[in-house]
Design a protein around this ligand. Structure first.
Ligand code: NAD
Length: 348
C-alpha cells in the first residue's frame, strides 16, 4: 500500500473521532502518527492505531484529556497525563515547560501517566523549535516487559527511549537524537512480523533466552525479549530511564507489583535549557557547524554511505515520503482497516 500523507492523516482523524476524540485531539494525534511514518519511523506511525483502539475499548486510554499540572516549584513542574492520548498530553506539558525555560533559562518536568506519547523526537523538535535544548528520559509501563537486562535472558524493561535535541542555528539544522534503548524498537519487530520478514541476528532472544531472528517470539504467550543497545551501557541507560522517569519522576516503574494489562503508559522526565543563557549564540552556531561538518566529512568506510548527524535521516525520509507517499505493509494495513471497522469506520 502506497498512500499520500494527507489522505492517510484524514483517515486517522476519522478513526480517532469515531473513538471519541474531539477534532483538535484527532488532528494532533493524526499529525504525530503520520509524521512518524514520514520520518521513517513506521514503528510509531499509524500502525499504532490497532493498539489505541484496543485500549480505548478496554477503557485504559481516555480521549479528550488535558495535562494537569500537579505542582510547580520554581522551574520544576510535575504533570499528570490522566491516561489521555500522550501526543496531546506531552505536547501540552512541553508547552508549559517551554514558557518556564524561556523565563528562567531552565525547566525540569516530570510527566506521569500519559498513554503512549509516540515518537519522543516530536517533543525534542517542539523544544528545539522554541530555541531550547532538551533532554528526555522515558519509561514504558502498564504492560509486559520486553527488553532483557545485560546478562539477563528475559524481559524486565520497556524499550525506554531517550531524546536529546538541539535547536537549529544560522548554519546547521536542528539536531535530534532520539532512540529506544533496546537494539530495535518493538514496533519495528511488529512491522517485520507483519511483513513476514526475519529480524537481523543479535537483536532478539526467544522465550528460553536463546538468540533468534524470528520476530513472532515477541507475541507468544511467554514472549521472548529484545536485547539492550551497547551491552552493559545500553542496559544502564534503560535502567536510568526507568529510575529517572518512573521512580524519581513519580510515575512508577515496570517492577512487577505495578499494574500490568494492555495499557501503554509513558512517564517522561525532561530537562529544557535556554542555551543563550550559557554561551553567545554566534559561538554555538560556529562550533556546531564546524564540529558537525568535521564529523560528516569523515570518509565513509567500505559498504557504508556518508556520515550523517542525528536528525539527517528523518529529514531525508520526510522529503522522499512527502513527494512519493508512505509505504505500509499489507498486514499493518489489514490491522489498521480492521481496527477502523471496529469503530464503524470503513476504509476503502
Ligand atoms: P533508530 O534506531 O532509527 O535511531 C534513530 C536516531 O538515530 C535518530 O536520532 C536518527 O536521526 C539517528 N540516526 C539514524 N541513523 C543515523 C546515522 N546513520 N547517523 C547518525 N544518526 C543516525 O530509532 P529507534 O530506536 O528504532 O526508535 C524509533 C522511535 O521510537 C523513536 O522516535 C523513539 O522515540 C520511539 N520510541 C518510543 C517509545 C515510547 O514508549 N513512546 C518507546 C521506544 C521507542
Amino acid at each position: 500500500m502506497l498512500i499520500n500523507h494527507i489522505v492517510l492523516k484524514g483517515l486517522v482523524e476519522e478513526i480517532l473521532i469515531a473513538g471519541g476524540s474531539d477534532m483538535p485531539e484527532a488532528e494532533i494525534v493524526a499529525d504525530h502518527l503520520v509524521l512518524a511514518n514520514l520520518s521513517g519511523h513506521d514503528s510509531h506511525g499509524v500502525g499504532m492505531i490497532p493498539n489505541y483502539v484496543r485500549n480505548l475499548k478496554a477503557k485504559v486510554l481516555h480521549p479528550n484529556q488535558h495535562v494537569e499540572r500537579l505542582r510547580q516549584d520554581g522551574s520544576i513542574l510535575v504533570f499528570d497525563g490522566k491516561a489521555g492520548y500522550g501526543q496531546v498530553i506531552a505536547r501540552e506539558a512541553m508547552n508549559e515547560a517551554i514558557d518556564v525555560a524561556r523565563d528562567t533559562g531552565l525547566a525540569l518536568t516530570a510527566l506521569r501517566n500519559a498513554h503512549h506519547i509516540g515518537r519522543v523526537g516530536t517533543y525534542g523538535e517542539q523544544c528545539a523549535d522554541a530555541g531550547l535544548v532538551s533532554l528526555h528520559f522515558v519509561n514504558v509501563t502498564g504492560h509486559k516487559p520486553y527488553v532483557a537486562p545485560h546478562r539477563g535472558s528475559d524481559g524486565r524493561f520497556g524499550t525506554n527511549p531517550i531524546c536529546i535535541a538541539l535547536p537549529d542555528t544560522t548554519d546547521e539544522p536542528r539536531i535530534i537524537l532520539d532512540f529506544a534503548t533496546s537494539k530495535v524498537a518493538l514496533g519495528k519487530v511488529r512491522v517485520a512480523n507483519n511483513s513476514g520478514l526475519k529480524m537481523p541476528e543479535g537483536l532478539l532472544l526467544d522465550s528460553d533466552g536463546n538468540p533468534t531472528t524470528d520476530p513472532a517470539v515477541m507475541w507468544e504467550d511467554k514472549p521472548g525479549a529484545l536485547l539492550p543497545i551497547a551491552e552493559h551501557k545500553g542496559y544502564g541507560l534503560a535502567l536510568m530511564c526507568e529510575l529517572l522517569s518512573g521512580a524519581i519522576g513519580g510515575g512508577g516503574t515496570l517492577q512487577p507489583k505495578n499494574t500490568r494489562d494492555t495499557r501503554i503508559i509513558n512517564n517522561m522526565l525532561s530537562i529544557l535549557i535556554d542555551p543563550s543563557r550559557l554561551t553567545d549564540p554566534s559561538f554555538i552556531a560556529s562550533e556546531m557547524k564546524a564540529m558537525c561538518d568535521y564529523a560528516r566529512q569523515s570518509p565513509p568506510r567500505e559498504g557504508y554511505g556518508n556520515v550523517l548527524v542525528p536528525g539527517d535521516p528523518e529529514r531525508q525520509f520526510r522529503e522522499e515520503r512527502m513527494a512519493n507517499g508512505i509505504v505500509i505493509d499489507d498486514e499493518t494495513w489489514r490491522q489498521f482497516v480492521e481496527a477502523a471497522a471496529e469503530l464503524g469506520v470503513t476504509v476503502a
